[in-house]
Design a protein around this ligand. Structure first.
Ligand code: RNT
Ligand code: ZN
Length: 420
């Protein structure tokens, strides 16, 4: 076939440039193709879900009122199909318990079962390479005072432990049916707006609840537990029970995954530097790739310095087989499908750039004590034609190259979203 757009020719030239530094771009594209991103279902409907209970809140909030939000399961699936078709590679979907298919019947959270997610699994098969799952510990009357698994009331703790147990069973079944382990990630909003008198009690209760919730054993080929810490949330500005340190200790002592969310630390603190440290002590990690602006604002992920730094660590520490990459943001002020596409394509572009960067040369300079060459070449490598490799990857994967994806999203907005 004729190379009408010049993408293949540009790729051949780029391939040679990288080969001069010993980098095999074909091998990198193969590795990128094997790297799945877990798309967060909640970007599609502003973390609403399908319980239709009318209860919201719980420490997170999507802002914006862009029209076209998915309001039914079918609409959300249709939107996801659109997004997936614009992202090169094979990916996963990350579901929350509130996205259950309850067929109009109210089901309490401690009563949910695989039957409420079977339609998701059936839909996902052949479209996605895996499903991930999250218990939902927010937007519920029993979470209204800001405490769940660490609540002082044993009855409320029991309810949430049972929710977690139900969710782990669902996750294990999802993993089994999809043939790929389902990451079951626990994030709770527990904490307080003002200074607590007791910081220890809730933490001890949380650990006990988590242990009980996790007492049922499932094969690692079916499901993997992860715990996600946080510095502060809306309504938990002064104290968060599940802090980073608590979950780091929990994950290391219980051998679970630790989830690092880029928005969950001090505003100038980054998660890229943490990977080489925690990976020495943990077998597996989960990332919630997000972008905080001044706080945990969950903005769409940009191709910025921190994303590049994160991708570099994943590649240079050889972590791609041990780190599960999920996106976590919710922007209701722009087209929601575009939000998925922008964030996922950025994550993949950052990974590809990191894979083909001649970083082994930089490490060699460092080992030789030549810090001048390390800095000089680090900057020179920024000019290598990574964009040509990315465009070729999109072409090969039959997804729009460059900004052409936006026209497709706009057309979908006019034909479908505008009618909702
Ligand atoms: C909240 C956590 C959590 C949620 C999702 C919806 O601060 O980041 O991961 O965003 O579970
Ligand atoms: Zn998160």
């Amino acid at each position: 076939m004729k190379d009408v757009s010049g993408i293949e020719t540009a790729y051949e030239l780029a391939k040679q440039r990288y080969a001069e530094f010993g980098v095999d771009t074909d091998a990198a594209l193969k590795q990128l193709g094997a790297t799945a991103i877990s798309l967060h279902c909640w970007q599609g409907d502003d973390v609403g879900g399908f319980e239709h209970s009318g209860v919201t809140g719980g420490g997170i909030q999507a802002t914006g009122n862009y029209p076209g939000r998915a309001q039914t399961i079918d609409q959300l699936r249709q939107d996801l199909e659109k997004a997936v078709g614009l992202i090169p590679g094979s990916h996963r979907l990350n579901l929350h318990a509130i996205y259950l298919d309850n067929r109009g019947q109210r089901i309490e959270r401690d009563q949910i079962g695989i039957e409420h997610f079977q339609s998701w699994i059936d839909w996902a098969k052949g479209r996605l390479v895996g499903l991930d799952f999250n218990p939902t510990f927010f937007a519920h009357p029993k979470a209204a005072d800001g405490f769940t698994l660490s609540h002082r009331d044993a009855g409320i703790r029991r309810f949430w432990i049972d929710h977690g147990r139900a969710c782990r069973r669902i996750a294990a079944e999802m993993g089994k049916q999809m043939g790929s382990p389902c990451v079951h990630n626990t994030w709770i909003p527990d904490g307080s707006k003002d200074i607590p008198a007791d910081r220890l009690g809730p933490r001890q209760r949380l650990i006990e609840s988590l242990d009980e919730m996790r007492s049922e054993r499932f094969d690692a080929s079916a499901m993997l537990d992860a715990v996600e810490g946080k510095l502060f949330g809306i309504g938990s500005e002064s104290y968060v029970v599940g802090s980073h340190e608590l979950y780091m200790g929990y994950a290391m002592s219980r051998r679970t995954l630790l989830c690092l969310d880029s928005g969950h630390f001090h505003p100038t603190e980054t998660i890229s530097d943490k990977l080489s440290a925690v990976s020495c002590f943990l077998d597996r990690l989960l990332l919630h790739v997000s972008r905080g602006v001044r706080w945990d604002s969950d903005h769409v992920v940009l191709l910025d310095d921190e994303l590049h730094a994160l991708a570099r660590e994943l590649v240079r520490c050889d972590l791609l087989g041990r780190v599960h990459i999920g996106l976590d943001y919710f922007d209701a002020s722009i087209n929601r499908i575009a939000a998925w596409v922008i964030g996922s394509r950025n994550m993949l572009r950052a990974l590809l750039t990191a894979m083909i960067e001649p970083w082994r040369h930089l490490q060699q300079y460092e080992n030789n004590g030549d810090l001048t060459a390390r800095l000089a070449m680090m900057e020179e490598f920024k000019n290598l034609p990574a964009a040509a490799v990315w465009e070729y990857y999109c072409l090969r994967n039959n997804v729009p190259v460059g900004p052409a994806w936006l026209a497709e999203v706009k057309a979908y907005e006019a034909s479908t979203l505008a009618k909702r």
